[in-house]
Each structure stands twice: as structure tokens, then as C-alpha cells.
Design a protein around this ligand. Structure first.
Ligand code: LAN
Length: 644
């Protein structure tokens, strides 16, 4: 059965050596894409349009709304945006699905109840008045860089979304009026459009959309900025808009017009359409817009990134090597090795300091080299994969380049010993009090994460083994200390990029054990107790997205193969492989595998910013294989020991 799982994985590899799959899930990306095109007087081609509508209809909730992602309860933000998107794609207002949608959002105030990003996109379309938005003044970019709230200190995803938003806000950019937009203004609001109280709308948000409450600090800042909007100097604004455009250009060039993510990709494209209609910039952007499209049997979605190729490939390599059957997968590993080689970032981004970019050289991104934004843990996982390929003679990345990857990782370590995602922590944690998104948490500052920290520690340990005497000991120690410090009283760690305590605990344990922690250590005992406490009667583990939102363990209805694999890998790492818990887990996981070697589909295991689920296409092919491989090794090891 292990062999089948291995075959499934190698069979699904791309010709370029990577694993490339669906990276969708969020339901706000499609509508932003459609809205962006509409502002530019364009619409998707017929096939994409049809496909997007299939996907959109397939994920409408029974109550008539759309969730933040394909598995979540309805929000006004995503319901209004998907409604508008369907209309812009040609669906009539009396379509039964749209009638149901209106019945859901109208009693909640329509756009007025939406989380702030929904209001912004609607303002761009002329379906919401700019007076009803919290101000996004581009002048913030002109503040002294040393200020703790200079935008360059924000988490890169957040600042890259607000950068084009500031430009568009400063211009009060708005789609050319069409009869359809006039109809939409009548459909979206419970009252006539001319009677909406925009001042009041600014501070309104429906309960469904208010995950992160607007703090008193944020409300105060919004009042001050609102006042500033009335008195602002035109000259200063013009300078700020120029500066924003320069920074937008910098982002475009550093990413080959892919941009860091799908949102700023669309917004930057719209910016250039307005700043230089028909210019080179728009054309370069349009050429790479379809990189974000995912065509599949059940429609067209927008991926959350240009792909997850590097990440998936690094994990696939690790699970194939762990299977102990690398010989059978040699050809596949060889191609994967080539992909890893091809995707390492070999130079810093152009004018890095001017664009507030951390040096990139030596790092690996989540997707591809062209994307241009390397990440701490993606670099770490790729480095681990290369070092595993080395003894097999399949690593193609020369030592100097591996050393650059190590230097990149070291350059990212935070003062608290941990690692954040793309950059060292730049802003104070209290900036999170100013999170204006309503629907996400933890978007303001790139702080240390358990997962990133563990991956970096593991990679540095592997490097020290390959390169004895490498000066990484102190960094490892500080990373381990961070991991020790962040364990919760129940023995778990909270993850941020997968669901949730299972993901975090798997990473933390793997990091601590790699760093030399002994199986009898009280920390690991507590972690084992955590796993035992949550094992289900049938031997599996199951954790849901709700855990991330509520920040406490919330169990699913049935066992999950991915959660169970994380639990098993963690138990085996901490020396609990022979325990009753591990044995029952392994039995469940084996029985769950289908005859053709796959594990049946299950709820999404990826998450971001505590609220939004995202699909990792390879997780069901990689983690069960990996966990069962480790278990099989133990079995054969035990058999050999008994025989002796
Ligand atoms: C990702 C994708 C990769 C992911 C890992 C490398 C797996 C993780 O270990 C670190 C965080 C990171 C880089 C990550 C952060 C948040 C992202 C970029 C995403 C989940 C993909 C999409 C998401 C992005 C923020 C979506 C746009 C929404 C905003 C709130 C700006």
C-alpha cells in the first residue's frame, strides 16, 4: 500500500520536476479579479467566464451567501462581491441563486455591512461612495521611515495590498459608468443609493464580518484621517501618489509582474491602466494575469498565489526519501532536484533598499523564482530537501549556493529567536490594534511563527551535519529557546498556516527533536499527552478550521488523514512510535487509504490570518505517505532487532 501511495505521488509530478496543483479556497479572489477587469473595460474570455460561474455557483452556501472560503459560513464581504461578480459575468438579477443571495445580504445592510476590503472594491466599481470608506491616505509613505508605524514596517502582504489601495484612494479611482453598474446600485442596497448615509456607513460592519473588532485606537485614527482628507494639501498628495507609483513599479519589476499575491496583482494592474492607459505596464501585467487562474473539472478558480510549487516539491522530496524507496523513485527525485536548482533566487531584488526589500539572494520562494519573494521556511524546506538528495547523488545545488541559503535564513532570525515569514519583524506587535481588515487577524506585523522557526532550526541542524563546524549553533539554540517558550499549557503549539494546533505541534516537536531534545523531556511528555487527549475512539485525529478562529481545539466530524499524519509524525519523532496511540493511529491511516493508493478528499488543511482556509493540493498525497513510511521503518527495525 505504501508502494501505491508512492506511485500516486510520482505519477502526479510535472514534467519540470515540480508538483503543481490547485491552490484555491478563498472566495474573495475571483470577484476581485472580475471587478479589476471590469474597471479596465475588459471581461474574461468565454471559457473562463463560464468556468468562474460554475465555481461560484458550486460554492454558494445553502443560506444564499458566500463564505470567506469554500468551507465557511457566509460573510457580507464575500456575498456581495460574488453577487456583483456573477452580475458582471452576465448572470441576470432574477436568476434564482442571485435572488437567494440578495435575500441574505439585504437584511444585513448590503455593502454597508461588508468588511472593509469589500467596500473598497465596490468603490472602485462605483457601487459604493468613497466617503463611506475608512481613509487610505498615500501620504503615509512619506512619513519618516524611523516611525514605528511607517508602512514599510507592515507585513509585506498587508503593505503590498494597501500600497495600490492608497494610490487608487488618492485618485478616487472609479470604473466608467455603465447601465449595469446603475442597476447594481439599485440591487445592492436596502434603501435608494442616494439615501445611504456614507458617514455612518464608514463605521458600520455586519456581525458576520467583524472577526477582528475595530479597536478604539483604530477608530480614533480613522477620525483623524477623515479630518485630514478634508484639509489635505494637493501638492503633498501629488508627491505621495508619485511615491506610491514608484513603489508599485518596484514591486512589479521585482516579481516579473506576478506580484506578491493575487490581490495586489489585480490592484497594480488597475493602477497602471489608469496611470498609463494602454501602456507597457498594463500589457506586461495582463500577460501574467492568467498565472493565477486554475482551470479544473469543476470550474475556474483564482489561486491564492501564483502556485505552491516549491513548497509542495520540497515536501514531496522529503516524503519520497523517507519512504526508504528512493531507488524506485530515483527518476522522480532527480527531476525534483533539477526543479529545486532552477528556482533558487540568485540575486537581490532591484534597488532592494529603496523598495524596503530584505536581500533575497540564496532564498527560495513558495512558488517559483520568477515570483521573487523568498520566504524563511520555504528556503528551509528546500535546503532540507537538497541535503537529503545529496547522499543519493541527486542534489544539483552547489555547496556555495546552499551556503547562501543558510546565510539568507540566518539574516532573517528575529530578536526573540524565532523566524517570521518573508522578513525580520519590523514593526511592534501593537500595530495589530490598527488592523482595518475586519475579516482577518494577524495581518499587520510579520512576527515569529512556530512553523517558520521549526523549519529554519531543522534546516540549520541539517546544514551543521553536512558542514561540521558551520557557525550556526547560536542561531539554532535561540530558535529552540523560542520553540520551548511558545508551548501552551496543554502541551500543544498554535500553528498559523495550517489547521491548527496539530500543524503547530508537529512542527514544534520536529524542530525540538532535530535540535537534540531527548524523548524523556517534560516538554515532549506534555506534547504526547496533548496528542493522547485528542485522539478519537477510532484511532484518528481530526481538527477543523474553527480551531484557528476560536483559538481552541475544535474537532471535526470524522478523522482526517492529514491531521492524523501530523500527529503520527510528531509522536514518532518524540519516541512514542511504539505507543498504543501511535499504533492505533497507523491502523486507522492504513485502513483509510483507497485501493488506488489515495486518501479520500477531506476538509482543507491550510489557513491564513486565522480565518481563511486554503487548499494544499499535495498534502493528502505527501503526509500520509510520510507518516506511514516512518511507521514502516520502525516495524522493520523492530523485526530486525527481534531476529538478532
Ligand atoms: C501563504 C502561502 C505560503 C505560506 C507558508 C510558506 C506555507 C507559510 O509557512 C508561511 C506563510 C505563507 C508564505 C503564506 C502567507 C499568507 C498568504 C500569502 C499564503 C497563505 C497564500 C495566500 C496568503 C495571502 C495573505 C492572501 C491574500 C490575503 C491577504 C490577507 C493579504
Amino acid at each position: 500500500m505504501l508502494q501505491r501511495a508512492l506511485e500516486v505521488l510520482t505519477r502526479t509530478q510535472e514534467a519540470d520536476g515540480s508538483w503543481k496543483g490547485d491552490y484555491s479556497g478563498p472566495l474573495f479572489l475571483g470577484p476581485v479579479y472580475v471587478a479589476g477587469l471590469y474597471v479596465m473595460g475588459r471581461s474574461p474570455d468565454a471559457r473562463t467566464r463560464e468556468g468562474m460561474l460554475v465555481h461560484l455557483r458550486a460554492h454558494q452556501n445553502v443560506d444564499g451567501g458566500w463564505g470567506l472560503d469554500v468551507e465557511s459560513p457566509s460573510l457580507v464581504f464575500t456575498t456581495v462581491l460574488n453577487y456583483v461578480s456573477a452580475r458582471l459575468l452576465g448572470v441576470a438579477a432574477d436568476d434564482p441563486d442571485l435572488v437567494r443571495a440578495r435575500a441574505w445580504f439585504l437584511p444585513r445592510g448590503g455593502p454597508v455591512g461588508s468588511g472593509s476590503w469589500g467596500k473598497f472594491i465596490l468603490a472602485l466599481l462605483g457601487l459604493y461612495d468613497y466617503a463611506g470608506l475608512a481613509p487610505v491616505p498615500p501620504e503615509l509613505w512619506l512619513l519618516p521611515r524611523a516611525l514605528p508605524f511607517h508602512p514599510s514596517r507592515l507585513w509585506c502582504h498587508c503593505r503590498m495590498v494597501y500600497l495600490p489601495m492608497g494610490w487608487l484612494y488618492g485618485h478616487r479611482a472609479r470604473a466608467v459608468e455603465t447601465p449595469l453598474l446603475a442597476e447594481l446600485r439599485r440591487e445592492l442596497y436596502p434603501q435608494p443609493y442616494s439615501e445611504v448615509d456614507w458617514e455612518e456607513a464608514r463605521s458600520r460592519v455586519a456581525v458576520s464580518d467583524a472577526y477582528t473588532p475595530r479597536s478604539a485606537w483604530l477608530r480614533a485614527v480613522n477620525r483623524v484621517l477623515g479630518f485630514y482628507e478634508r484639509i489635505h494639501s494637493k501638492r503633498l498628495r501629488a508627491r505621495a501618489l508619485d511615491e506610491s507609483l514608484t513603489l508599485i513599479r518596484g514591486e512589479d519589476e521585482a516579481t516579473h509582474h506576478l506580484c506578491i499575491g493575487p490581490l495586489n496583482k489585480v490592484l497594480n494592474t488597475v493602477v497602471w491602466h489608469l496611470a498609463r492607459p494602454g501602456g507597457l505596464e498594463v500589457r506586461a501585467h495582463l500577460a501574467r494575469l492568467q498565472d493565477y487562474l486554475q482551470h479544473s473539472e469543476d470550474g475556474v478558480r483564482i489561486n491564492g498565489y501564483n502556485s505552491s510549487q516549491l513548497w509542495d516539491t520540497a515536501f514531496a522530496v522529503q516524503s519520497l526519501v523517507a519512504s526508504g524507496r528512493a531507488d524506485g523513485a530515483r527518476e522522480s527525485l532527480e527531476r525534483a532536484g533539477r526543479f529545486l536548482e532552477a528556482e533558487q533566487v540568485l540575486e537581490d531584488s532591484p534597488h532592494a533598499a529603496r523598495h524596503y526589500r530584505h536581500p533575497s539572494r540564496g532564498g527560495w520562494p513558495f512558488s517559483t523564482r520568477a515570483h521573487g519573494w523568498p520566504i524563511s521556511d520555504c528556503t528551509a524546506e528546500a535546503l532540507k530537501a537538497c541535503l537529503l538528495l545529496e547522499p543519493l547523488g541527486l542534489n544539483r545545488v552547489p555547496r556555495e549556493r546552499l551556503a547562501q541559503a543558510v546565510a539568507f535564513i540566518l539574516s532573517l532570525q528575529n530578536r526573540d529567536g524565532g523566524w517570521s515569514t518573508y522578513e525580520r519583524q519590523r514593526g511592534p506587535r501593537w500595530l495589530e490594534c490598527f488592523n482595518p481588515s475586519d475579516v482577518f487577524a494577524g495581518i499587520m506585523v510579520d512576527t515569529s511563527f512556530v512553523e517558520c522557526t521549526s523549519a529554519c532550526v531543522q534546516a540549520l541542524v541539517a546544514w551543521r551535519r553536512a558542514q561540521p563546524g558551520a557557525p550556526v549553533g547560536r542561531a539554532i539554540e535561540r530558535g529552540l529557546e523560542f520553540l520551548r517558550r511558545t508551548q501552551r499549557p496543554d502541551g500543544s503549539w498554535e500553528g498559523s498556516w495550517g489547521v491548527c494546533f496539530s500543524y503547530g505541534t508537529w512542527f514544534a516537536v520536529a524542530g525540538l527533536v532535530a535540535g537534540g531534545m531527548e524523548s524523556g523531556d517534560p516538554l515532549l511528555r506534555r506534547a504526547a499527552a496533548f496528542w493522547r487527549a485528542h485522539q478519537r475512539e477510532d484511532g484518528s485525529w481530526s481538527e477543523t478550521l474553527q480551531s484557528c478562529r476560536e483559538r481552541r481545539w475544535v474537532e471535526g466530524a470524522t478523522g482526517h488523514a492529514v491531521t492524523t499524519s501530523w500527529a503520527l509524525m510528531s509522536l514518532m519523532a518524540m519516541g512514542e512510535g511504539d505507543s498504543e496511540a501511535a499504533r492505533r493511529g497507523v491502523t486507522w491511516l492504513r485502513a483509510r487509504q483507497g485501493a488506488e493508493g489515495r486518501w479520500p478528499p477531506e476538509p482543507l488543511a491550510g489557513v491564513f490570518n486565522r480565518t481563511c482556509a486554503i487548499h494544499y493540493d499535495t498534502y493528502l498525497r505527501v503526509f500520509p505517505l510520510w507518516a506511514l513510511s516512518l511507521a514502516a521503518h520502525r516495524d522493520s527495525f523492530r523485526a530486525a532487532a527481534v531476529g538478532r
